[in-house]
Design a protein around this ligand. Structure first.
Ligand SMILES: *Cc1c(COP(=O)(O)O)cnc(C)c1O
Length: 306
C-alpha cells in the first residue's frame, strides 16, 4: 500500500481560525475554530486522524469495521479503500436495511467498493464475540481481515488524535481549552493526551447515556497506559440523542453559518458549538481563555466547488 500521507496529501496541521463572536467575547473568551473538516475531502476531520494509524497497521489487508446506516466512519473507511486500493467490509447495524434500497450514505460506501454485511441488532451488539465476528467475515468473503471497532476508536486511533491536541498545544494562539463533540470518545481521549497538562479538554456528548467517561478512560488506558491530560465530559447537550435536534439547535446552527460562513454539520458540530455558547455564558471558562472548537466534519452534500 502506498504511504498514506504521500498518496492522500492531508492538510496537516489543520488550520486554526480566529472568529469574532460577541456571545463569547462578552464573557472574555476568544473563540477559535480548529478546521479538521478541511484535512481531506473524503476522510474529513477526526476520521482521518483515527483511520491513518489503523490503515498503517493493516498494511493493505482487508479492513472490516462497523457502523450505523449513516456512519461517517464507514464512509471514510470505504473512501480510503478506494483511494489506496485495499478491500473494505462494512458491518451495518440493522438487517432490515438489506431489503431496502441503500440510503445515500451506504450507496457511497458500496460505490467505493465496500462490501456491506447487514447484522440484526443482537448480532451487532455481540459483534466482538469471536463466533459472531467469524460469521460476518465468512459472509463478506474476505480473508485475513484487520478489524477496526465501531466509530474507529481504538488505541491507535486515540494516539492518532493526540496529534490534534499537540497541534493545538503548539499553536502560537495560546489555546487554553479545546472542545470536541463526542460519539465513541476516541477523539477526546487523544485530544486530551496531546494537549497535555495545564490545558483543558472538553467533550460534548451527542448521544444520550453516561457511558462516555468510561470509554474515554478505557481508551486512554489502552493507548497511553493511564489517564492523560485534563478532560471532562458535558452531557447536557445531546438534544434527546444521536441525530436528534430541534428548532432551537437548527436556528443556532443556521445563525452560526450566517455569522461565520462555516457550514455547520448538524449531528455533531452544531451541538458542540451550541454547548460552548451556553458554557461561555455560564462562566465555565476564565476570562482571557483562548477556546478552540474542533470542527470534526462538514454537512453532507456535494463538496463545495473548488
Ligand atoms: C465520528 C465523528 C465524531 C465523533 O468522534 P468520536 O471519536 O467517535 O467521539 C465527531 N464529529 C464528527 C463530524 C464525526 O463524524
Amino acid at each position: 500500500m502506498p504511504d498514506l500521507a504521500a498518496a492522500l496529501r492531508p492538510l496537516l496541521p489543520s488550520p486554526l481560525q480566529s472568529v469574532r463572536d460577541e456571545r463569547f467575547e462578552r464573557h472574555g473568551v476568544g473563540l477559535l475554530l480548529k478546521r479538521d473538516d478541511l484535512i481531506h475531502p473524503d476522510l474529513p476531520g477526526n476520521k482521518w486522524r483515527k483511520l491513518a494509524p489503523n490503515l498503517r497497521a493493516a498494511r493493505g489487508r482487508p479492513v472490516l469495521t462497523f457502523g450505523g446506516a449513516y456512519s461517517n466512519h464507514l464512509r471514510a473507511t470505504a473512501a480510503a479503500g478506494r483511494l489506496l486500493g485495499f478491500p473494505t467490509v462494512g458491518v451495518v447495524r440493522g438487517d432490515e436495511l438489506a431489503d431496502r434500497p441503500l440510503n445515500p450514505s451506504l450507496s457511497r460506501c458500496a460505490a467505493d467498493g465496500m462490501r456491506l454485511v447487514f447484522a440484526d441488532r443482537a448480532a451487532y451488539r455481540a459483534k466482538h464475540e469471536p463466533a459472531v465476528l467469524a460469521r460476518f467475515v465468512a459472509e463478506s468473503g474476505a480473508e485475513d481481515v484487520y478489524v477496526v471497532p465501531e466509530g474507529g476508536s481504538n488505541a491507535p486511533a486515540a494516539r492518532g488524535c493526540a496529534e490534534l491536541g499537540a497541534e493545538l498545544r503548539d499553536d502560537p494562539a495560546g489555546v487554553g481549552a479545546a472542545a470536541v463533540a463526542c460519539g465513541t470518545g476516541g477523539t477526546l481521549a487523544g485530544l486530551a493526551a496531546g494537549l497535555g497538562p495545564g490545558r483543558r479538554a472538553l467533550g460534548v456528548a451527542v448521544l444520550r447515556g453516561s457511558f462516555l467517561g468510561g470509554e474515554v478512560r478505557a481508551l486512554q488506558q489502552a493507548a497511553f497506559g493511564g489517564r492523560a491530560g485534563d478532560w471532562s465530559v458535558e452531557d447536557r447537550f445531546h438534544f434527546g440523542g444521536y441525530a436528534r435536534g430541534g428548532p432551537e439547535l437548527d436556528a443556532f446552527a443556521a445563525d452560526f453559518e450566517d455569522r461565520h460562513g462555516l457550514p455547520v454539520e448538524r449531528v455533531y458540530v452544531a451541538k458542540l458549538l451550541y454547548a460552548l455558547s451556553v458554557l461561555a455564558a455560564e462562566g465555565a471558562f476564565p476570562r482571557g481563555t483562548a477556546l478552540a472548537a474542533v470542527i470534526t466534519g462538514r454537512p453532507d452534500g456535494p463538496p463545495p466547488a473548488p
